[in-house]
Design a protein. Structure first.
Length: 182
């Protein structure tokens, strides 16, 4: 059965269709949440709450993007909400202090042994202000407008954080002997 047919049945509150949709996307959404939360229990909770939110707001799904992309955004937002709740204090970003981003780091020569997992672990070790924008940009594939909406920051702040995060990532990869060490 096509996903669009399943979604239509879910809109009519068909529990079997909801289970089908859940089974189709639960593993992928769990891993998305886990990349942010780094805790199996919290990732599962974020994934479940994401599905609950999605099913309750399914009437808002327009089909402009795939259902998976729509659901992924809900799960990411839920994960970020959980992180914010744990932190309890949010530091506002000041664009004037951060400055303007001109371009990306250019020298990305890294050793052939570097795996995606190495890069993900290195990103996770960066300061939180760089970790989430970089993860959304490099791993999840969001653009700066989407990152700005998800993190509730401006596009300029997103570009700045991604730019600086890339520099930090590059430095860290070289420090860890993954780079060419020019």
């Amino acid at each position: 059965m096509l996903t669009t047919d399943i979604i239509e049945q879910c809109k009519r509150n068909d529990r079997k269709a909801q289970l089908q949709l859940y089974n189709k996307y639960c593993d992928g959404m769990y891993y998305v949440a886990f990349r942010f939360l780094k805790d199996a229990y919290e990732a599962e909770e974020a994934m479940h709450e994401g599905f609950i939110n999605a099913f309750s707001k399914l009437h808002q799904f327009t089909g402009e993007v795939t259902f998976g992309a729509w659901l992924k955004r809900i799960v990411i937002n839920k994960s970020l909400d959980m992180i914010k709740a744990k932190r309890a204090t949010i530091i506002p970003l000041n664009e004037e202090v951060m400055g303007k981003v001109d371009d990306d780091p250019q020298d990305w020569s890294i050793d052939d042994n570097v795996t995606v997992e190495h890069i993900k672990k290195t990103i996770a070790a960066l300061p939180e202000k760089y970790e989430y924008p970089l993860m959304l940009f490099l791993i999840e594939g969001y653009d700066h407008q989407e990152i700005a909406e998800i993190l509730n920051i401006t596009e300029v702040a997103s570009r700045t954080l991604v730019h600086r995060g890339k520099k930090k990532l590059q430095q860290q990869l070289k420090v860890n002997n993954y780079g060419t060490g020019y």
